[in-house]
Design a protein around this ligand. Structure first.
Ligand code: SAH
Length: 482
């Protein structure tokens, strides 16, 4: 696709919407007078113009932002799984408790029995729901953001598009389908998935319609191609493993919240660290407080507190700190600064110190954090202020934008036009699913249009989820953060 196509898409759909952010409509069930519909992102080849898929209605599924966090504090003892035995043996051989961060890391990503490692945890049949699984419009809008940044980068011929923690690969599928008519853009893409779970890698491979092709018959080297766009695609365990040297766009959706947090608590003897121990009599896990400051208190808590005002710290009794988020942000900023491009981080969280947000979700219900580890997701609010400070500390060549709410972000990118375009050509059932999905993505609180059972009322993620961008200064401000 020629440059003019992308520019005209921007002119007709994105730029007018940027000017109209203040009149963005939350409730799109509107009269036909509100149908100034610019062309939507293009559909998958061979699909109908306003292609949509039939994702399960999301209202039955819980997201991870903790709106309904009622953890039951009495957890049933369960027989020791491999992971439980492993955790207990670490505590035993260490001769004392482990940090909450160590516990969280083992529970989520232990190579043999971590929560993510050998199952598909998403959607109605899984444990929780994420925005790409709620609606195709989410990945499409991220695609619009990515194309606009690529344009601001001067339409480089080769771009490393890196997704951190791609889940089922749904966001990337929707991004590629949405962008499929913009051939210069899709041709430039070298996709890199940073994923620790072998099971989810396989799901991503299948969903992205991947195939392996020979590069060199003699030495049998192969590369993997996504048949959705023809882009080469590869998998890595960490961002560090992704080759640098090409302009880069990084997407991290609900990745930061899975990174392990340390928890600190104010005690009469000063700030102490919350730790996980085993009860002597029952051999159950329990929380204990460190008798004195731990190495993490001195290293990470002090670092985080330097970025906060005395008043902010005085107000809280608990503080969560995520050193891996600081380190990852540092790497992202360094890479964006040396290679050019930018990163988009979307997650639930707040733009200040996080107090006590760690939660566990199993089968769409909140459970106790220590209950049957490895069978429930653990996640924590993202401290966006700390992300900003980490990025700014890492490089002077980058600028940080946001956070802004997901509702502002998607609204400014034109999601209301996209949903209206899709609604032009769908059945009643599909319209209801689109409406529900739209509300889940940009709404705030309970959907006012809902006529179904109360317990299934869609709850908006629009203000609980935040978007932040870290961009090389050369590019200027990315949409819609101008
Ligand atoms: N972005 C997806 C999935 C979010 S869940 C979505 O929005 O649907 C978190 C994802 O990050 C999963 O794919 C999980 O396997 C992966 N993940 C979690 N911790 C990781 C780590 N330390 N390294 C690499 N991948 C990780």
């Amino acid at each position: 696709m020629l440059r003019s196509s992308l520019s005209s898409c921007l002119r007709r759909s994105v730029i007018p919407i940027l000017f109209a952010t203040s009149v963005r409509s939350q409730n799109f069930c509107s009269s036909s007078s509100q149908t100034q519909i610019p062309p939507p992102p293009p559909p998958r080849e061979g699909a109908e113009e306003n292609h949509y898929d039939s994702r399960p209605t999301a209202s039955i599924s819980i997201d991870r932002s903790g709106l309904y966090n009622h953890p039951e504090h009495s957890h049933e003892p369960s027989s020791d799984s491999e992971l439980v035995k492993h955790l207990k043996s670490i505590i035993k051989f260490r001769g004392g408790p482990i940090t909450v961060a160590e516990y969280m890391e083992e529970v989520l990503t232990n190579p043999t029995s971590g929560f993510y490692m050998n199952r598909d945890v998403f959607g109605a049949g899984g444990d929780f729901i994420t925005s790409p699984e709620v609606s195709q419009m989410f990945g499409e809008m991220i695609g619009v953001w990515t194309m606009c940044l690529w344009e601001q980068m001067g339409q480089p011929e080769r771009v490393n598009l890196i997704e951190l923690g791609p889940g089922r690969g749904t966001l990337m599928v929707d991004l590629l389908r949405g962008a499929s008519k913009f051939v210069d853009f899709t041709k430039s893409l070298h996709i890199h998935m940073v994923e620790c779970s072998p099971t989810l890698r396989k799901v991503q491979y299948d969903n992205l319609k991947c195939t392996d092709e020979a590069v060199n018959e003699e030495d049998h080297t192969k590369r993997t191609i996504s048949m959705l766009s023809g882009a080469p695609i590869s998998w890595h365990s960490t961002l560090e493993e992704v080759p640098s040297g090409s302009p880069t766009i990084i997407i991290a959706h609900e990745f930061y919240d899975a990174l392990p947090v340390h928890q600190f608590q104010k005690a009469p003897r000063g700030w102490c660290e919350k730790m996980v121990d085993v009860e002597e009599n029952s051999s159950r896990f329990r929380f204990v407080l460190s008798p004195q400051p731990t190495p993490a208190t001195l290293l990470y808590l002090m670092k985080r507190c330097k970025w906060a005002g005395a008043q902010e710290i005085a107000k809280v009794e608990h503080i969560e700190v995520c050193p891996q988020a600081m380190d990852l942000t540092h790497q992202i900023a360094k890479r964006v600064s040396s290679d050019g491009g930018g990163a988009l981080i979307i997650d639930y969280g707040e733009n200040r110190i996080i107090s006590d947000s760690l939660q566990a979700i199993r089968k769409h219900k909140f459970v106790h954090i220590l209950d049957d580890p490895g069978t429930a997701d653990l996640s924590a609010y993202v401290d966006f202020a700390s992300v900003r400070h980490s990025a700014e500390e890492a490089s002077e060549d980058i600028s940080v934008y946001g956070p802004m709410t997901q509702s502002q972000f998607l609204g400014s990118l034109g999601i209301n036009f996209r949903v209206e375009a899709l609604l032009q050509n769908c059945t009643e059932e599909q319209a209801e699913s689109l409406r529900t999905g739209y509300w889940r993505l940009v709404g705030d609180g309970e959907a006012p249009f809902w006529e179904g059972p109360d317990e299934q009322t869609p709850i908006g993620m629009g203000s609980r989820y935040l978007a932040m961008a870290i961009v090389n200064k050369k590019q200027g401000a990315p949409i819609p953060f101008q």
